[in-house]
Design a protein around this ligand. Structure first.
Ligand SMILES: Nc1ncnc2c1ncn2[C@@H]1O[C@H](COP(=O)(O)OP(=O)(O)OP(=O)(O)O)[C@@H](O)[C@H]1O
Ligand SMILES: [Mg+2]
Length: 240
């Protein structure tokens, strides 16, 4: 279980995240949605230990995230952030090699298995510039999986892709669901949130306004839907 408690980030006296608290159970997929500037990426960066919160705690299985072994949080960035000077397979083994997770030959073998799983077995020796957007994204996902992360996060996984690939991305994310893994997906793509998420976190202006089941969030005919924040209801009404 991932537990986030009273997480706040203040930069230059500006509140980026205010008192965010939520839990994500093992096996769960949570979609984080909200308007631009709401703090969605900031929340992921904090969980990935790329930014340090001003206040608050983040634990996984009861242990503070900050003390966990490196690589327990995998993140697929919005722009993929592949290293352009490394081949696909070297992109995959870089982090586990740095963390001495295994010997190089075993890591290449694991990279090959993951690339095969994502239909990229022919691209191990390719450089990122020669790949399509969808292929780069699958490389980025394979790279995040090299460390077997129990927390896996995606920032806007469909934003750089052809809209027709939304269903493919949804299928990939669903396939990564595991009983001992938490998946967080930041997305503007409501179709994706509907397809993959169990639970929706709605953020606005650095605040977590809603934390509800997917059906409650999206079913406008449900009575529970009336319990949503006015901001979420406005957000939803602008989508239709
Ligand atoms: N390092 C930083 N220094 C100053 N302000 C920052 C920093 N990082 C983020 N912010 C600000 O925090 C707010 C939230 O940014 P964030 O990138 O988390 O939003 P977001 O919800 O991911 O938006 P989008 O949907 O456009 O990606 C924005 O106003 C942004 O300018
Ligand atoms: Mg963002």
């Amino acid at each position: 279980m991932l537990n986030v408690n009273a997480l706040s980030i203040i930069i230059n006296e500006k509140s980026i995240l205010s008192d965010i608290s939520f839990e994500a159970k093992d096996g769960q997929i949570m979609a984080i949605i909200g308007p631009s500037g709401a703090g969605k990426t900031s929340l992921l960066r904090c969980l990935a230990l790329l930014d340090t919160p001003t206040r608050g705690e983040m634990t996984f299985g009861g242990a503070p995230l900050s003390t966990m072994q490196a690589g327990k949080v995998g993140i697929v960035f919005q722009g993929f952030h592949l290293f352009p000077h490394l081949t696909v397979r070297d992109n995959l083994i870089l982090a586990p090699l740095c963390h001495k997770k295994d010997i190089k030959s075993a890591l290449y073998e694991k990279a090959h298995t993951l690339l095969t799983q994502f239909g990229l077995h022919d691209h191990g020796y390719s450089y990122p510039h020669s790949l399509s957007g969808g292929q780069k994204q699958r490389v980025a996902i394979a790279r995040a999986l090299m460390m077997d992360p129990p927390i896996l996060m995606f920032d806007e996984p469909t934003s750089a892709l052809d809209p027709e690939l939304v269903n493919d991305v949804a299928a990939i994310i669903q396939s990564l669901r595991q009983p001992n893994r938490v998946i967080l997906v930041v997305t503007h793509e409501i179709r994706l949130a509907r397809q993959v998420a169990d639970q929706i976190l709605f953020l606005d202006n650095g605040c977590l306004l809603d934390n509800v089941r997917k059906d409650v969030f999206f079913d406008t005919t449900s009575e529970d839907n009336n319990t949503l924040s006015p901001r979420a209801l406005t957000f939803l009404s602008n989508l239709t």
